[in-house]
Design a protein around this ligand. Sequence first.
Ligand SMILES: Cc1cc2nc3c(=O)[nH]c(=O)nc-3n(C[C@H](O)[C@H](O)[C@H](O)COP(=O)(O)OP(=O)(O)OC[C@H]3O[C@@H](n4cnc5c(N)ncnc54)[C@H](O)[C@@H]3O)c2cc1C
Length: 448
Amino acid sequence: MPTRQCVNRLSRQLSFKSWSTISSQPRLLQQTTFNHGKRHFSVTWKCRMMETSCFTEEQLTVREAIQKICAQFPNEYWQQHDQTETDPKELHAALAADGWLGIALPEEFGGAGLGISEATMMMQTISQSGAGMAGAQSIHGNVYATQPLAKFGNKEQLQSTIPNIISGKWRVCFGVTEPNTGLDTLRLRTTATRKGDKYIITGQKIWITCAQVASKMILLARTTPLENVKKPSEGLSMFCIDIDRSNPALELKRIKKMGGRAVDANEVFFDHYEVPENTLVGEEGQGFKIILHGMNAERCLLAGEALGLGYAAVEKAAQYARERVVFGRPIGKNQAIAHPLADAYMNLEAAKLAAYHAARLYDRSRTDPTISAHAVGVACNSAKYLAAEAAFKACERAVMSHGGMGYAMEYDVERYMREIFVPRIAPISREMILNFVSEKVLELPRSY
Ligand SMILES: Cc1cc2nc3c(=O)[nH]c(=O)nc-3n(C[C@H](O)[C@H](O)[C@H](O)COP(=O)(O)OP(=O)(O)OC[C@H]3O[C@@H](n4cnc5c(N)ncnc54)[C@H](O)[C@@H]3O)c2cc1C
């Protein structure tokens, strides 16, 4: 469970080298306070919007500390990195330098030992700072993809990987999606075939974020052919493999995409790519169960990231609506502008409760056997769905509230709009979440 001592340690670790940058923004200095007891709304410079009374002191401390780091990366940084498609490695380095990449990793390997509840807050704060999905995606694989590794990896695997991930030396990507099977994950075709003390990997993955900059990939591959297993969920295995870009058996092709252009997404081709047997995490054939542990964490983080972008969008739109004068009055005086923004805000607030409830369940399920995997799955999927939909609405309304300027790069909301499609599509689409809830909660017949 999250401990206050851990956060306090992290807060102390927060290298106040960033203060020199921040001191040019006296407003932030004045407004950032750790005196949470006296306020219900966050009043930090860039994360003003959002009711914070439901959060723990640990979560609020994480929020304050991450906000300070993100303040070093203004909107211009994200605009430029989006335009030039350049990896935001400085953000990754800044978070690593202060120990934040290990927020939800075990203390014995140098992590903070906090939970997904705090990690979700971290990802929301990154996104909300203006970094959006690009900033979040440059970090989140290191947080969620490492969860199954931390839980199911053996001591040797953990000792050799986790400290390097936390220090920022190695970055991690997640290799599940395949071009020919899509959301039908259990039928994925990439194989890992045992040969002596090695596995030989052959197949293709798609949309793998950060593969160009990562040193490790958490990979899901089939180790027993589909026709030889009782259920399709059997015979899959999880690996933590090196990404050796100099090896001709591995090829990466960057995908040109709509948003989050600062981070790379890739097609990955394995052609008899050899990895040592000790890259297998947990038991052979149990990979789907193992990776689910990361997938539920990922849904919570994505929910937080979507919320962050949604709040950022509403805040920008409200500011514009207060300042922009047409027909002799601020446009926000028109209810056609004000009401959709008020509605978007309330939707975000509702989705926020779902998101942090799911994260709390995920964390508590580690020690509380009365919380079933089913309950965690339903909560995490619902949270991701609700947050993505609320944030999409917020971003769309932010663009429309800006009129023509909503289409200009300078006002950022067009970047938010392009990015907010991601949590609706990935890591699981909204249609598949609706299918899941229909079948598993409402007990309706399976539709596919
Ligand atoms: C920016 C980005 C980053 C990503 N990063 C990663 C990553 O790092 N690692 C990784 O493994 N993957 C990643 N993904 C992949 C992502 O998880 C998938 O795109 C997503 O799971 C959807 O799969 P698909 O694209 O194959 O869609 P498809 O499976 O082809 O589905 C297409 C459409 O049909 C709908 N559909 C399909 N079947 C049904 C059904 N039975 N009922 C109703 N609707 C249905 C879907 O909801 C969807 O709208 C990323 C994707 C994006 C866009």
